[in-house]
Design a protein around this ligand. Structure first.
Ligand SMILES: NC(=O)c1ccc[n+]([C@@H]2O[C@H](COP(=O)([O-])OP(=O)(O)OC[C@H]3O[C@@H](n4cnc5c(N)ncnc54)[C@H](OP(=O)(O)O)[C@@H]3O)[C@@H](O)[C@H]2O)c1
Length: 361
């Protein structure tokens, strides 16, 4: 199969042939349709955090995917070949044509989402869910302040908190105010123009911090006593939490098929929606990383102002689409024809057409 790989820390991404991964008894082999880019991909590739986030080189990045089940291990009962699924990887490896993954980390793809939209969902939405409900204990009637509300994680946090009956205040660029209001924020504070602790009149029950640094430090000033500070980017000072009589901790996403299944239902009924900013072909992953590096100065050796680096739209995920080549589509259609095609009215051309439609979805 083809895959995008990193051969050395801080090196270039290469796109070439690698063996298709074997599956264990509790795993499934997914034919990947799309994967999405996360900050973590670049941080791990840079090696700057190798003591806490080591990777085995050569390494295939990619934490999330959408695709079709190709093969199942002998212990897997939850899905069968042909099912459209999405989920998080057990380790990494989704920048590839095939992925071996634990069946426990996936859910059925919402039928109203394209494969590109579905690939953008698992990491950001589950981080938001666990940040505001599992760690933030957010309840109906409470007020939450979400820093970075227009980002990939923030937009799900805004939608989920609003759906849960909380009042949502978000910090973001002023350009994103209308977008944030449209997905459930009742107030948007432009972080470039105002200091949130100076303009907020009332204290909040929960702060979900997707920014860190000084933003996190100032967040203690707006939390009610007994409130929760949930940080996604850096540890929280326990001295400060004690001083302000609040709780605070850094969260780490713990992917769950149960949570993803609940999110899939909310997507399917239209209660929440995904946001895809840009779609690249898988082999153009290096360009996608250049786009995202604008938000991550110094990571993977890329300067935000370097050549080819555009300031990307401030909301929505970058998705990589696996493009299947014509001879592969034909080869696969022929295999299916040989295995199942000897039925009246089902010629090779019909299987080819069905395979093309599946690829195009
Ligand atoms: N702990 C975990 O398990 C976990 C899981 C997933 C993600 N994360 C982390 O969570 C963070 C957010 O991820 P993401 O994917 O949502 O990022 P993202 O899509 O790049 O969004 C970041 C957003 O923050 C905004 N922003 C920048 N500086 C800000 C400030 N000072 N105040 C308010 N908003 C500001 C940006 O707007 P402009 O571009 O307009 O400035 C952008 O909309 C990342 O650091 C990521 O690594 C952690």
């Amino acid at each position: 199969m083809k895959a995008v790989r990193l051969l050395e820390y801080g090196g270039q991404l290469v796109f070439n042939d690698v063996p298709t991964p074997p599956i264990a008894r509790d795993e499934i082999l997914v034919k990947i349709k799309s994967t999405a880019v996360n900050h973590l991909d670049l941080v791990e590739a840079s090696g700057t955090a190798r003591q806490i986030l080591p990777i085995d080189l050569p390494w295939i990045p990619g934490h999330e995917f959408s695709g079709v089940v190709e093969q199942i291990g002998s212990d897997v009962a939850a899905c069968e070949p042909g099912d459209a699924v999405f989920g998080t990887t057990t380790g990494m490896g989704a920048y590839a044509e095939y992925l071996a993954v634990k069946a426990a980390a996936i859910a059925r793809k919402p039928s109203n989402l394209s494969f590109e939209e579905a690939a953008s969902v698992p990491v950001a939405s589950q981080t938001a869910w666990q940040g505001i409900f599992t760690h933030g204990h957010l309840e109906k009637g409470q007020t939450i302040l979400i820093h970075g509300g227009a980002g990939a994680v923030g937009a799900y946090a805004v939608q989920l908190a609003s759906h849960a009956g909380a009042t949502v205040i978000a910090t973001a660029s002023g350009d994103d105010e209308a977008y944030l209001n449209s997905i459930g924020a009742s107030r948007v504070i432009d972080y470039r123009e105002a200091q949130f602790e100076k303009v907020l009149r009332e204290k909040v029950d929960v702060v979900f911090d997707l920014i860190g640094g000084d933003t996190q430090k100032r967040s203690f000033l707006v939390l009610k006593e007994g409130g929760h500070l949930v940080a996604a980017t850096q540890p929280v000072s326990q001295e400060e939490t004690a001083r302000h009589r609040v709780s605070g901790a850094m969260m780490r996403l713990a992917p769950s098929a149960d949570v993803l299944g609940r999110i899939a239902r909310l997507l399917e009924e239209g209660t929440i929606r995904p946001d895809v900013a840009t779609v690249y072909a898988l082999q153009d992953a290096a360009q996608a990383w250049k786009d995202i590096a604008g938000n991550l100065p110094g990571v993977h050796g890329m300067s935000p102002s370097g050549p080819g680096t555009a300031r990307r739209r401030s909301h929505g995920k970058i998705v990589l689409r696996v493009a299947w080549r014509e001879h592969e589509i034909r080869g696969r259609a022929y295999e299916i024809y040989l295995a199942r095609g000897a039925q009246p009215g089902c010629e090779l051309e019909d299987w080819l057409q069905a395979e093309r439609e599946l690829i195009a979805e």
